[in-house]
Design a protein around this ligand. Structure first.
Ligand code: PDD
Length: 280
């Protein structure tokens, strides 16, 4: 039985209840984090907690915990749950109140922390992707639980036998519906620059650092639809999947002769980095 944390108490997940008046239920008025567990330990907690702080600040919600408290809560959830944990999910909502768009004072935020199970992938996986119009709002830098557009896009991808949808705003790639995107053209690795139109992915940030350290330079610049279509390689990055290599984009083979050497190299560097962090 999975143990979660809700508003100051640890309890079986099946017993965790929140009010139907919670603003997350009414308005999607909440932010979240998915913090991966790698080699049985929490990975990159500092980066995820820092992003949670930025998301909370962007929606003008006071952070209910200081960093050491967050770390202790995450650790307790890790210990309370069995093996095979893939990630720890954290959600902070603006709390339960009378239904009104306008914020009321004296509302206590709801804090939920739970464990999510699943395998830890230890090989580079190849997936398919589709392209789609980015139908989301223009504050995609906030990790908000208002994910209706992402849900529709992921399902559109699933219906096309693909893992994710690579999103285009006007003619530029923003990100995937649940991943950040990297594109290789003639040996140049590029990823869209951070802006309000994409999530500052923790994996994206770490991958850039690790690869630059390994001598693989990443250019943070615009990627057009044509660049994407002509790419030699396309990578998708996220906390639970590290790096994925795209085999088919909109049913067309990506790259030449189905080869993806830089993805293999990048994946090896990243997993070596993960192993080093987790060994301490
Ligand atoms: N998704 N972009 C979007 C829209 C995402 O939802 C995610 C992660 C990422 C990758 O970010 P990170 O490397 O920090 O995981 C990029 C998570 C896993 C989710 O919603 O479940």
């Amino acid at each position: 039985m999975s143990t979660c944390y809700l508003n100051g108490e640890f309890m079986p997940l099946k017993d965790a209840k929140v009010s139907v008046m919670d603003r997350a239920f009414m308005f999607g008025d909440a932010v979240y984090e998915v913090i991966p567990v790698k080699h049985g330990k929490i990975f990159a907690a500092e980066e995820h907690i820092a992003r949670l702080e930025r998301s909370l600040s962007a929606i003008e919600l006071e952070n209910p915990h200081r960093t050491p408290e967050w770390n202790a809560l995450l650790e307790k959830i890790l210990v309370a749950n069995e093996k095979n944990q893939r990630s720890i999910y954290v959600q902070v909502t603006r709390g339960a109140a009378e239904r009104d768009h306008v914020l009321q004072t004296d509302v206590r935020p709801t804090v939920l922390i739970m464990s999510q199970t699943g395998p830890e992938y230890r090989d580079l996986t190849r997936v398919n992707a589709i392209t789609s119009q980015d139908i989301r709002w223009t504050r995609c830098d906030i990790k908000s639980t208002s994910l209706l557009a992402n849900v529709l896009l992921r399902n559109q991808a699933k219906a096309a036998n693909a893992y994710d949808a690579i999103l285009l705003r006007e003619d530029s790639v923003t990100e995937g519906a649940s991943t950040n995107v990297f594109v290789v053209n003639d040996g140049r690795v590029r990823t869209p620059p951070l802006s309000n139109l994409l999530l500052p992915g923790v994996t994206r940030g770490l991958l850039i650092e690790v690869l630059v350290e390994a001598g693989i330079f990443i250019e943070e610049m615009k990627i057009s639809h044509a660049d994407l279509k002509q790419a030699d390689e396309i990578w998708l990055a996220s906390s639970t999947r590290d790096l994925l290599s795209v085999a088919l984009l909109d049913n067309d083979t990506v790259g030449k002769n189905g080869r993806y050497p830089l993805a293999l190299e990048a994946y090896t560097h990243f997993r070596t980095y993960v192993a080093k962090c987790q060994a301490n």
